[in-house]
Design a protein around this ligand. Structure first.
Ligand code: CLF
Ligand code: SF4
Length: 291
């Protein structure tokens, strides 16, 4: 595989665990997730957001932090784990549904300009906020795109909140997909490095991965991460995709994009090298109180 020898993103190789593409690059540096974004503006059928110390999955954090508390946590995390190079915001809700994520990035960037800032979003607000995202110093962007076909997307995200109104079904799906592709194109034009996260959902989007990868690549994405479904909530009745389904999905995606294969389905308050070290319990052990 290409990944084993040649970095796809030389400036990020060994500096970003999710944008390194050589065999050793992923385990060289750590990321800290700051759980500052409580709410969401869409409703994915597989998503349960929660605050607990137990679950190892996206959408979960120990507690919510204010932007100022996030700066304090960053300070503590950098002492605990000096290999942190990346500050990510990935929830527990959508980082663009509330203003806290960009306020936090601004504060972190002013204090530690050398750290890479990484944003993960569903993309609904991306076209509207992309200038601001780039201005606060974010350089790596992940957009979760689970389908580019409204018929499929309507099953995955049956409703969204858009311009103070609720959209359902196909109308919701069309708006979300259009904003995601437009947002990706705008982010690419501003020079951000863009990864797509796609949740692989058996019987729903598993035959659609090649088409999806082609469309997001055309829009300007450079990499894709296929994340196996955790069957829960509205998709609790579906099986998690087996090894063969994951292999086929990655092979389909690889026709169009670099495929990231080291994802650990991180919590929204993760701290350390994904899959290697975890400082979250130490970080939240005492001190900073809930909002
Ligand atoms: Fe965090 Fe995501 Fe940035 Fe990485 S995680 S915001 S791109 S710094 Fe990475 Fe974790 Fe997988 Fe995400 S392993 S869940 S892909
Ligand atoms: Fe959950 Fe993210 Fe979907 Fe919002 S966009 S419902 S936080 S998975």
């Amino acid at each position: 595989r290409l990944e084993a020898t040649k970095p796809a993103f030389p400036a990020l190789e060994g500096r970003h665990p999710c944008f390194s593409t050589t065999a050793v690059g992923h385990a060289r540096s750590a990321r800290l997730h700051l759980p500052v974004s409580p709410g969401c503006n869409i409703d994915c059928a597989f998503c349960i957001r929660d605050f607990n110390r137990r679950d190892q999955r996206p959408g979960v954090a120990t507690r919510l932090l204010s932007p100022d508390q996030a700066v304090e946590i960053t300070e503590r995390a950098l002492e605990l784990c000096p290999t942190i190079n990346v500050i990510g915001i990935a929830g527990p809700g959508d980082p663009l549904a509330t203003p806290h994520a960009l306020q936090t990035f601004e504060k972190v960037h002013a204090r530690w300009p050398e750290l890479v800032l990484c944003l993960s979003t569903n993309g609904l607000m991306l076209p509207e906020r992309i200038e601001e995202i780039a201005a606060v110093g974010v350089t790596t962007l992940t957009v979760t795109v689970n389908s580019v076909d409204p018929q499929i997307q309507a099953q995955i995200t049956p409703k969204i909140a858009w311009q103070r109104r609720r959209l359902d079904g196909i109308a919701a799906a069309e708006r979300l997909i259009a904003n995601q592709l437009d947002g990706i194109a705008k982010a690419a034009a501003l020079g951000l490095t863009i990864k797509i996260n796609t949740v692989l959902i058996p019987t729903v989007n598993d035959d659609h991965i090649g088409t999806l990868a082609q469309r997001v690549a055309e829009a300007g994405a450079q990499m894709i991460n296929i994340i196996p479904l955790i069957p829960q909530h509205g998709f609790a009745h579906l099986p998690a995709p087996g090894m063969m389904k994951r292999y086929v999905a990655r092979a389909d995606a690889e026709q169009h994009l670099r495929v990231f294969t080291h994802c650990q389905r991180c919590r929204a308050d993760a701290c350390g090298i994904p899959g290697v070290s975890d400082y979250t319990a130490q970080l939240y052990g005492d001190g900073i109180s809930a909002e």
